[in-house]
Ligand binder design. Structure first.
Ligand SMILES: [Zn+2]
Length: 230
């Protein structure tokens, strides 16, 4: 089996979608790109999330030819590949129809910045791209045309595309957009929220991306310590 650990990671990432209530039935999909071969592993089409296994993931090249796997790849494969071909630094792509974010997408509305969490994670409004038909790469095109520097974009009448330098970052963006959309929705039911000014958005985003969390060295030290302890 080609790219076993990539396939295992992909099963984990796909199964995080139902765990986080981002998908229903077989909707939604994750793909990740292998940095060495450039191949992309993607969820098979129409297989339930609980039935996913490393064996039934599909490995394709950037042109969409199947390199390894018995199943048909996700019907959104061409759009995922369009994104990988045009964004070399992106190695994880996630598509969902998560409810609150998709409610904004249905209306063709981008989500302005009302929340400090959105300043931190997204660094600006969550854009909404045009309507595109399923099947070919039109959805990928519409997503990239609208996404700008954001890690996530809504697509009119459809759903969410989240991207990241790796699968975990794309997953975080897919989870965060739903959380943000839900809170904004709730706020709009009790009043009219006020946007955070763009200068403040940039300041908070910079602080979060440069100062928040642990230094990489700290994690290394922690791992070494825990190895010694065990
Ligand atoms: Zn879809």
């Amino acid at each position: 089996m080609l790219l076993k650990s990539l396939r295992e990671e992909l099963v984990y990432l796909n199964q995080e979608l139902p765990r986080n209530n981002l998908v229903t039935w077989t909707n939604g999909n994750v793909s990740i790109r292998d940095s060495e071969t450039g191949y992309v592993a993607i969820k098979p089409s129409g297989v339930k999330f609980e039935d996913l296994s490393p064996e039934n993931m599909v490995v394709v090249n950037l042109e969409g030819s199947i390199i390894d796997g018995d199943k048909k790849p996700s019907s959104d494969t061409a759009s995922h590949l369009y994104i990988y071909r045009h964004r070399p630094a992106i190695n994880g792509v996630i598509h969902t129809h998560s409810n609150y974010a998709t409610a904004f997408a249905v209306l063709g509305q981008s989500i302005p910045v009302y929340l400090t969490a959105q300043c931190d994670e997204i660094g600006g409004p969550i854009p909404c791209g045009r309507f595109a038909t399923v099947g070919g790469e039109e959805i990928g095109q519409a997503a990239l045309d609208a996404i700008g520097d954001s890690p996530v974009v809504l697509l009119k009448n459809h759903g969410v595309f989240a991207i990241g330098p790796n699968g975990e970052e794309a997953l975080k963006a897919a989870i965060m957009v739903e959380d943000i959309a839900r809170t904004v929705w709730l706020a709009k039911t009790i009043g009219e929220p006020q946007e955070i000014p763009p200068e403040m958005v940039s300041r908070l985003h910079h602080r979060y991306t440069h100062e928040y969390g642990q230094e990489p060295d700290y994690r290394v030290q922690r791992n070494q310590t825990s190895k010694k302890e065990s």
